[in-house]
Design a protein around this ligand. Structure first.
Ligand code: DX5
Ligand code: ZN
Length: 220
């Protein structure tokens, strides 16, 4: 099932509730929350209090992307704060099996994230423990970056890996997704599309989400 997960990073933080409601009117079924610590990535964003408030402001599931060092110390707290999906960078966590298990035990979906230069080989063992894999199609840290084209082939290889193992793992893609590249990513096997600039960049999130959904099912 194709889903658009608008990233609030590109929204107006003073009007988050309205921005999310507009995205939902356009057909968004998840809300992507980028958590950055100024250490794992060179930027700072939001944390637990904002997730708590968002959980009260929307009934859409919160898809929380942790770009933080030592995610194992915080992952469960994000579930308690109201996130239904929590993803953790494999580059940041030597104990990712334990972290994924803890997220699931609290009742949320657990995701593994891989950076553009992280090989799929690193998923060899972790894949079977994840509900979804988030493929980064930019280097994490900032919205508005250009899509890295080799990500399409990476998604295709990952889809094959999942099928060969008979797993149900979903593929999410994040970074530089727009109306021009979404169909290619969908046909390669991605199902969940994070979009910040493409949703909130032009002031009409409802229309932008509708257009992304329509573009995703175009033949390529
Ligand atoms: C980047 C974040 C993304 C970002 C996407 O570090 O993980 O979720 O907000 O923004 P766009 O769609 O503008 O690339
Ligand atoms: Zn993200």
């Amino acid at each position: 099932m194709i889903e658009i997960a608008p990233s609030i990073l590109s929204a107006d933080f003073a009007r988050l509730g309205e921005e999310i409601a507009a995205a939902e009117r356009g057909g968004a079924t998840l809300i992507h929350v980028d958590v950055m610590d100024g250490h794992f990535v060179p930027n700072l964003t939001v944390g637990l209090p904002v997730v708590r408030s968002l959980a009260r402001a929307t009934h859409l599931p919160l898809d929380t992307h942790l770009m933080i060092s030592e995610p194992g110390l915080y992952a469960e707290k994000f579930v308690e704060a109201g996130a239904q999906m929590v993803s953790v960078h494999i580059e940041a966590d030597p104990h990712i099996h334990r972290t994924l298990a803890a997220i699931k035990k609290r009742g949320a979906k657990a995701g593994v994230v891989i950076n553009p230069a992280t090989s799929l080989f690193h998923l060899e063992e972790a894949l079977q423990f994840a509900d979804y894999v988030l493929v980064m199609s930019v280097n994490p840290g900032f919205g508005g970056q250009e899509f890295i084209p080799t990500s399409v082939e990476k998604v295709r290889r990952l889809r094959r890996m999942i099928e060969e193992r008979g797993l149900q793992t979903r593929i999410e893609i994040d970074g530089g997704i727009d109306q021009d590249n979404i169909a290619k990513c969908a046909s390669a096997g991605a199902e969940i599309f994070v979009a910040g600039t493409a949703v909130f960049g032009d002031g009409d999130p409802a229309r932008s989400v509708r257009e992304l959904l329509a573009a995703a099912v175009q033949m390529v």
